[in-house]
Every structure is written in C-alpha cells, then in structure tokens.
Write a protein of this length. Structure first.
Length: 282
C-alpha cells in the first residue's frame, strides 16, 4: 500500500527555519499546497553569483515571495517565485497559477516557503504556499484524502489482485512466446520460396541500397553477391552498373533458399497485457 496523503505538510526538523512559524496555523486547518517550482533551469537557481562569489541555492525552510506577473507574454496568470527579494528561482506551475492568480489579484494573502531545496536540477525544488491563495488546491487535496479513506482496499483483497496480475502476466508471456515461435516458423518457410526480383535493366546504374530493396536483403548481401562476380562495392560506392553477370548472380540468389532467421531478430508485440490499477496499488 502506498502512504496515505498527508493532512498537513511534513515540517519535521524545520521548526527553527522561517517555515516553522506556520506549524500552528497548518494544525488549525489553514489552507496550503505544495508544488515543484517550474522553470528553474532558466533563472538564478543553482547559478553562480559573480558579485558575491556564491551559488544561488535556497535552503529548505527559507521564505519565498510569490509575485504576480500579468504582463508575462506566455501566460497572463504567471506567478514568479523570488528568493531574498531579487533572485528569481522560477514560476508557479501553469495549472496551479491558473487557480491561484485570480485569488492573489483579489487581494488574498499567500505566503511561500522552500520545503525541499532540491539538487540543482530542473523540477527538483519544491515550495509550499500557505494562506487563502492556496484554498482551491487545498480543497482538492482534502477531497483526495477523503476519497482514499472511503475507497481503501483491504490488504487481503490487494494480495489476491496482485496474484491475479501475476497470473495474467505469465499468460501474456506464454502467448507472446508462442506467437514469436509461429512468426519465426512462417518467415523460415517464406525464405525457402524462390521469387523473381524487380531489377533495373542490364547496363543501367543504380545504388546498392536500391538493389537491396529489390531483393529484400541487406546491403552487405548485395556487396557479397557483387564481389562473387568481380564487381567490388566499397563503403562509399554510391552507384553500380548492373552488368549481365551481376544480374544473373542476383537472380540466382533469389532462386535459392536463404538462411533461417536469427531468433534474436524475431519479436512480437505483447497483447492482452493487464496494467495494474495504480490508483490504489503501490
């Protein structure tokens, strides 16, 4: 079973940081939401400050500023994430900003903090918004908590379902193996059937790749057949003349059985695979 959704964010070990002052309000049920900061790779996050000779890297628990950016050419709901008043780290994700921006524009408060400073990569830094601005997403989160509590599956039922999934997986493996074997057998039979290739007229020039397509073989096979009649084809040969000898050799190759298919080159897509219900199984 996966861990249940939290009622309040995990602030363990952060009592002595700026976010620690929010613990009492969160315990009373004040609205909150967490999110990964978007666009970290485009702004000051984890970049070297030439003036101060330091790396711009917030610490977990630090206070952030959320600043509306209605003039943003890409999103009129954009909300900038600023650290220490002048260091822009990124933006609030677009889907969250769509709900939060109108509330901020109406004057509702919203306080932001770093709850996971990340490792310097994009989408690795997480932030927390506390206050009325977070109300829409806080209500959505509470609905998910209630839904999970109401639809929790007993452990015994989960074990039975996992066993059924494993049986279905083994059955899919058997079907895939059988289809692969039948496909390889069919191809091996077809390789023994002679055919008449659609070759250019004798005397014309064509690329080795065109000859390979006509014979349904690889370029290296065309090179080998051409070498057998004294017509070398190098790596950088762009075209070759179809001499009478080469025409005869190519048609003779098409009339003789080819080698069997390498089992490693035969693959069949799996069908009927049942995916696990990720909504309630970890």
């Amino acid at each position: 079973m996966r861990d249940p959704l939290p009622i309040v964010p995990d602030l363990n070990g952060l009592a002595d940081t700026p976010v620690g002052i929010e613990s009492a309000g969160l315990a009373r049920g004040e609205a909150w939401c967490t999110y990964e900061i978007a666009g970290l790779q485009f702004y000051d996050y984890h970049r070297h400050d030439e003036d101060l000779d330091v790396m711009v890297m917030p610490a977990t628990g630090d206070r952030l500023q959320i600043v509306r950016d209605p003039e943003n050419p890409h999103d009129c709901n954009a909300i900038r994430i600023v650290w220490r008043n002048d260091r822009q780290l990124g933006h609030v994700p677009r889907d969250l900003a769509r709900d939060v921006a109108p509330i901020l524009d109406a004057g509702a408060p919203g306080r932001a903090y770093v709850i996971d400073a990340g490792d310097g990569d994009a989408w690795s830094c997480r932030a927390l918004i506390v206050g009325a601005a977070a109300a829409p997403w806080h209500e959505r989160h509470l609905r998910h908590v209630v839904s999970e509590a109401l639809h929790a599956r007993p452990e015994g039922e989960i074990r039975l379902h996992r066993r059924a999934l494993k049986r279905a997986e083994r059955a899919a493996d058997r079907v895939c193996t059988m289809r692969t074997r039948r496909l390889r057998q069919a191809v091996d039979v077809l390789l023994t059937v002679p055919f008449d290739p659609d070759l250019p007229d004798v005397g014309r020039r064509c690329t080795p790749e065109a000859l390979a397509r006509a014979l349904a073989c690889s370029r290296s096979t065309v090179v080998r057949i051409a070498s057998s009649v004294g017509l070398p084809i190098g790596r950088y040969t762009h075209d070759v003349e179809l001499t009478p000898e080469l025409d005869v050799a190519l048609r003779a190759w098409c009339q003789t059985p080819r080698s069997k298919v390498d089992p490693r080159d035969t693959w069949c897509a799996r069908i009927g695979r049942q995916e696990p219900p990720w909504d309630w199984i970890a």
